[in-house]
Design a protein around this ligand. Structure first.
Ligand code: HEM
Length: 215
């Protein structure tokens, strides 16, 4: 996340910063979006729970060995990453020298903000980008499909370093939460809006939720 380091102490501070900023905020924001989408799409939450009961049951905790069997949860997580677009402008980059791209000259040291949002919500790629529809990531053969436009972790040489860790964390947290709780909106209150606020990440506006322990 940061520029070059000059001493072991500075290395330590920067690496710790990476773990907290890049490694914690991102995953927790994705989980906050997932639970908010569950409130708006109870049928998706129910399908995830049914899959969990079929594959794991309730007698033991989920483990990474279960992940390949949990296609619907994987597709739901991908849809949360797409529609939640928690890092819409990825991370700032700059050009080390003048670059000519598609006829435009981008001068040395220009600040570049990749617009991931424009790809994750592109109508041509997704057809119905505004709908929350995990099924779009499941092929006719029942396996996960990953369209080229699925780039919540960005793309290229500076793609998120923590993608595989994040995907492990998301699987373990979400599957355990779904196994233990049913998530519902607060009683006698309107559904919290699917609206976000741009900070370090694009996170949902603070919302209330009921977590009902499963039997
Ligand atoms: C859902 C979770 C996450 C999302 C959506 C996410 C997304 C991103 C994005 C979009 C970038 C910018 C890539 C670019 O510059 O084009 C990035 C960079 C980075 N991420 Fe993540 N990230 C997540 C979790 C994590 C985790 C868990 C870690 C580490 C523990 C991590 C470490 C990093 C680092 C070190 C970079 C900078 C890579 C570089 O500049 O070379 N991320 N991430």
């Amino acid at each position: 996340m940061f520029t070059s380091c000059t001493s072991p102490e500075r290395d330590l501070v920067k690496t710790t910063g990476d773990l907290f900023l890049a490694g914690t905020e991102t995953t927790s924001t994705t989980i906050a979006w997932a639970l908010l989408f569950f409130l708006h799409h109870p049928e998706v939450q129910d399908k995830c729970y049914k899959e969990l009961c079929d594959v794991i049951g309730t007698g033991r905790l989920p483990s990474m060995q279960d992940k390949p069997e949990m296609t619907y949860l994987e597709a739901t997580t991908m849809e949360v990453l797409r529609k939640g677009e928690i890092a819409p402008f990825a991370v700032q980059h700059s050009t080390p020298h003048d670059v000519t791209f598609q006829g435009y000259v981008i001068p040395q040291d220009a600040v570049i903000l990749p617009n991931l949002d424009s790809v994750l919500l592109d109508k041509e790629t997704w057809g119905d980008p505004d709908n929350f529809r995990p099924e779009r990531f499941i092929g006719l053969d029942g396996k996960i499909v990953k369209p080229e436009g699925f780039i919540p972790f960005s793309i290229g040489r500076r793609v998120c370093l923590g993608e595989s860790l994040a995907r492990m964390e998301l699987f373990l947290y979400l599957s355990t939460l779904i196994q233990r709780f049913r998530f519902l909106p607060p009683e006698q209150e309107t559904l919290p809006p699917l609206e976000g606020v741009m900070g370090i990440t694009y996170c949902p506006k603070s919302y209330k939720i009921r977590a009902i322990p499963r039997e």
